[in-house]
Design a protein around this ligand. Structure first.
Ligand code: GDP
Ligand code: IMO
Ligand code: MG
Length: 433
């Protein structure tokens, strides 16, 4: 079996966790390849709502192996808390049995959080992501595989804390790092994770040679990509297809399917332009019916109409073989549904995203309009999805207006839908035939 890549196609929170959990039933491995605990992925199993920030969403499938890959930045305390929660609810400690951390993955330390807490420009999650990637690029970062070499090394601890304190002073932070504290942190991290630090790229390569199915679980979304997103209002990693295999330590030839996840509308958390953002009744509907609050920070998500300009950009960068549409149910009850097909920028119509943040902020959406479809309760949507899949009817069970809406999105993006989400529950997804 080859590898399947699952990516957010918008500004994150498209429903990656839900899809990965679903597809992981038939996978042997789920791998996070970039980002850190800025991610918040939700899996809903009946009454139980699971939120993962670092653990791959395939953890819900006991036969699935889990990798925190080379391209990640990992806060060991957040991971520990998440593992404690998992152990309490499942009785399982997956470390070294089915959870492995790449020796190449970088560590988020308190210093990185202190630095990130000074952000006022981007609206980051404050989890230390950018400062940790900055250290990686500056070639002064600490990787899981380096831990055994620095444990008990006084010279390393004092040089590192000196460097960190100089940077904190320069940045105007009142926080300080102390060499002894750093040493004891490093000793604790090493002891806690020693059993699961591994050459995970090699493990995955071997698994793929044995025809095992590997899912590469993206975090964030294409528009938050450091190179291809709405810079500077982006995260600090490459969130796109090009980094999925690279950040996992395998080659791109392994990938067959690249699934782009997109909401039936669009949301964004943090600063930066979002041309279709709504500040009206429809926007209020999307935010309240869709419960649009950040999984990681609880911040209110900004809501807007589906933006085909964004999606075409995401398609060009990622080469999606299929789209997984989510949250179609949230549109139920709206009389009219709009789709942005182009922008007007300084009096000119454009169909591609400008790379400049200020130009994007001046873009006005040009809409096409579609008729809405009736509101239904979540149990009704769930029952419809279960029936559609059992009876092999696909999206033919949906109201005609909803089917037409999906067809229009497929045409505008140029990629077929492979599934349609109609509720948060694992089973509230209709497979397209
Ligand atoms: P992720 O970061 O891409 O994994 O997405 P999040 O978990 O941060 O946010 C997606 C939210 O939408 C979560 O609360 C999911 O439970 C919920 N969700 C996912 N798919 C659907 C869907 O099809 N319909 C509805 N109503 N909710 C969904
Ligand atoms: P998932 O995986 C939505 C946003 C932040 C901020 C910007 C930079 O759940 O889709 P960072 O902390 O990464 O330096 O913040 O990126 N952001 C996300 N928005 N979903 C996410 O992850 C995000 N991860 C980061 O809000 O605007
Ligand atoms: Mg999220």
């Amino acid at each position: 079996m080859p590898a399947t890549v699952i990516l957010g196609a918008q500004w994150g929170d498209e429903g990656k966790g839900k899809l990965v959990d679903r597809l992981a039933e038939e996978a042997s491995w789920v791998v996070r390849f970039q980002g850190g605990n800025n991610a918040g992925h939700t899996v809903v199993l009946g009454d139980s709502v699971l939120k993962f920030h670092l653990l791959p969403s395939g953890i819900t499938r006991p036969s699935c192996n889990l990798v925190l890959g080379d391209g990640m930045v990992i806060d060991p305390w957040v991971l520990d808390k998440e593992l404690q929660g998992w152990m309490e609810s499942s009785g399982e400690d997956p470390r070294g049995h089915r959870l492995f951390i790449s020796e190449r993955a970088h560590l988020i330390l308190p210093y990185h959080r202190y630095m990130d807490s000074l952000d006022t420009k981007i609206g980051t999650t404050g989890r230390g992501i950018g400062p940790t990637y900055a250290d990686k690029i500056n070639r002064v970062g600490l990787r899981f595989g380096d831990l055994s070499e620095v444990v008990g090394d006084d010279a390393w601890a004092s040089a590192t804390s000196e460097r960190m304190n100089a940077a904190l002073v320069a940045a105007g932070s009142s926080e300080r790092v102390d060499a002894k504290g750093l040493q004891s942190d490093v000793a604790w991290i090493h002891q806690t994770y020693e059993a699961c630090i591994a050459n995970t790229g090699l493990m995955l390569d071997n698994a793929l040679k044995l025809e095992e199915h590997v899912i590469l679980e993206g975090a964030q979304g294409c528009l938050l990509d450091i190179d291809q997103g709405t810079y500077p209002f982006v995260t600090s990693s490459v969130t796109s297809h090009g980094n999925a295999t690279h950040g996992a330590g395998i080659h791109p030839g392994h990938v067959k399917d690249v699934i782009g996840i997109t909401k039936a509308y669009i949301t964004r958390v943090g600063h930066g332009a979002m041309p279709t953002e709504l500040d009206d009744e429809a926007g209020h509907h999307l935010g309240t019916v869709g419960h649009e609050f950040g999984t990681t920070t609880g911040r209110k998500r900004r809501c807007g109409w589906f933006d085909a300009v964004v999606m075409r950009h995401a398609q060009r960068i990622n080469g999606f073989t299929g789209l997984a549409l989510t949250k179609l149910d949230v549109l139920g009850g709206l009389e009219e549904i709009k789709i942005c097909v182009a922008y007007e920028l300084d009096g000119q119509q454009i169909t591609e995203m400008p790379s400049s943040a200020s130009a994007l902020a001046r873009c006005k959406p040009i809409y096409t309009s579609m008729p809405g479809f009736p509101e239904m309760s979540l149990p009704e949507w769930l029952a419809m999805a279960v029936h559609a899949n059992e009876a092999g009817k696909g999206i033919g069970v949906l109201p005609t207006a909803a089917q037409l809406y999906i067809a229009q999105l497929e045409t505008l993006v140029g990629v077929p839908c492979v599934s349609v989400g109609v509720g948060p529950d694992r089973d509230a997804t209709i497979d397209c035939l």
